[in-house]
Write a protein that binds this ligand. Structure first.
Ligand SMILES: [Zn+2]
Length: 114
């Protein structure tokens, strides 16, 4: 399962931070998840809860902030929201488009009790 692998790597980061800062309890985990990552928030939350059992993150709230997919046109430099994976510049109809947002998957912030 895709989400399980994601949660696994998230916990590697969390565990490193827990050791570094001697965190006793994690209250909230804020995640930035780009639209391109095709992560199902409900599944991710469920996996997170399973993983968090018997750890300092048990009962922590997982806040998922979705980042919309955005493209930037190489021709006219227009930045636009990409819908349905249609990478065509709405301004000049060029297909030379770079993805500038929507691929994120990282912990933005941890709310902890020390
Ligand atoms: Zn353009």
């Amino acid at each position: 399962m895709h989400e399980m692998a994601i949660v696994d790597s998230l916990f590697q980061i969390i565990n490193t931070k827990v050791k570094e800062h001697q965190i006793k309890k994690i209250l909230k985990v804020k995640l930035k998840v780009g639209e391109m990552t095709v992560v199902e928030p409900m599944t991710l939350t469920a996996c997170f809860e399973v993983y968090a059992q018997d750890t300092v993150a048990e009962g922590a709230e997982l806040v998922i902030e979705r980042v919309p997919l955005q493209g930037k046109c190489r021709e006219c430099k227009n930045v636009f929201r990409v819908y349905n994976y249609n990478f065509k510049c709405p301004q000049c109809e060029s297909r030379f488009v770079d993805i500038v947002a929507g691929r994120e998957l990282y912990i933005e912030n941890l709310e902890v009790e020390q």
